[in-house]
Design a binder for this molecule. Structure first.
Ligand SMILES: NC(=O)c1ccc[n+]([C@@H]2O[C@H](COP(=O)([O-])OP(=O)(O)OC[C@H]3O[C@@H](n4cnc5c(N)ncnc54)[C@H](O)[C@@H]3O)[C@@H](O)[C@H]2O)c1
Length: 362
């Protein structure tokens, strides 16, 4: 069984996100209808390949000539060097404008594969097959692709839309707990900014990853729909897409001050959402961060000691690359499901928000 989300980027550009379990058949018929090429490049996370080799090889069995390129797991693969070596390999093997590239893995493989597809021959067809929870609900949707630069994350890249996204939740069976928790933070973000009912659903499901599968598939679908809706409203990130950064200004500062790699993105965003919710309530909006309580223990049990120097954290927020004209813009909540942009000049309330959020963990 699968569910389909239609994504409309523009009148000419639309594609489908297919979400379900065991999507081999629908993937194959999509490829048969869409591509005449007998070749496909399969860019795959090495770890995901080792866990799901049969499933992945089966998928592309209808292509006479599949070419596998394995990418080492981890953020370090989102590099110019990795992009360049993959492009070398594709050009050496030979690609036509119509040869598709299938990216199978988490957000790292998706971002890297998307950027490769956007640049080879000025663009070859791209299909995303996200395998982490985060990639299914977030990174595979919206067309942002890219690699990191020595001076910062995601600084080189392009907006490039796929021909389709196939989110097969069967992949999630092998996902480690810390990766669940990372993906969960983004789903909680969707609950906060668009659909508070997701809080209730997650509260029931969260201690049993992937059980029952139907309900998890529904959560993935609802989340993907929210991201799709927001991206459709603002394809090139000029306005409402900023709401997707709820908790992220705080989270990025935490990641930076802790030292990259010490804290996962999801952990940092979770703490950030508590800070942003508390800040919103201090401004008089009716949101209570107790909504996050049922999930705190999941994060607490795997997080290391958080930084406690609030001045340094605020300084890090002020130097975030997303800051425009030196004004700190925070995504806050008027109420659950109702985000807005707050231009922050009240630094004492900001300090209070940090203090409150950090106290939940330290
Ligand atoms: N393009 C966007 O809009 C966007 C949005 C959010 C995040 N991102 C990017 O996404 C990346 C993070 O994504 P991620 O958390 O998926 O990271 P990731 O790709 O590194 O995957 C996390 C880990 O999970 C493993 N993994 C993936 N699928 C698995 C499976 N089915 N079973 C077992 N292990 C599996 C990977 O090998 C890796 O070790 C970051 O680089 C971030 O910048 C991009």
């Amino acid at each position: 069984m699968s569910n389909i989300i239609d994504v409309r980027i523009s009148l000419e550009q639309q594609y489908q996100i297919v979400i379900g379990e065991h999507l081999q058949e629908s993937f194959r018929s999509f490829c048969e209808e869409r591509y005449s090429s007998d070749k496909v490049f399969v860019l795959v996370d090495e770890k995901v390949h080792s866990l799901h080799a049969d499933r992945i090889e089966n998928l592309v069995a209808s292509f006479a000539n599949p070419h596998f390129i394995k990418v080492p797991e981890g953020e370090a693969s989102k590099s110019v060097a990795q992009w360049s070596s993959i492009v070398d390999e594709i050009l050496a093997v030979g690609s036509e404008r119509s040869t598709p590239l299938l990216a199978v893995g988490g957000g790292v493989t998706g971002d890297l594969g998307g950027f490769v597809a956007s640049t080879v021959l000025r663009g070859i067809p791209l299909i995303h097959m996200p395998t982490s929870l985060l990639a299914m609900v977030d990174s595979s949707i919206g067309g942002k692709t890219g690699v990191n630069h020595g001076t910062g994350k995601n600084l080189i890249g392009a907006f490039y839309q796929p021909d389709a996204v196939f989110s097969d939740i069967a992949f999630l069976e092998t996902l480690e707990q810390k990766e669940w928790v990372t993906g969960l933070a983004e789903i909680l973000k969707y609950a906060a900014i668009r659909n508070p009912e997701l809080f209730d659903e997650l509260e029931e499901l969260v201690h049993q990853p992937l059980t029952p599968k139907q309900r998890w598939a529904k959560v993935v679908e609802q989340s993907a729909r929210i991201k799709t809706d927001i991206v459709e409203e603002d394809t090139l990130e000029a306005g409402t897409r900023a709401y997707l950064n709820f908790g992220h200004s705080f989270g990025h500062a935490l990641e930076k001050v802790s030292g990259y790699g010490k804290l996962s993105h999801g952990e940092a965003v979770f703490v950030g959402m508590i800070a942003a919710t508390y800040f919103s309530s201090e401004l008089g909006h009716s949101v209570d961060d107790a909504r996050f309580d049922p999930f705190i223990s999941l994060y607490r049990q795997q997080m290391q000691q958080l930084p406690s120097d609030i001045d340094t954290l605020i300084e890090a927020m002020k130097t975030d690359k997303k800051i425009k004209n030196n004004i700190l813009r925070l995504v806050l909540l008027n109420g659950w499901g109702s985000p807005y942009i707050y231009e922050c000049t009240n630094y004492s309330k900001l300090e209070d928000a940090w203090e409150y959020a950090l106290a939940q963990f330290n």
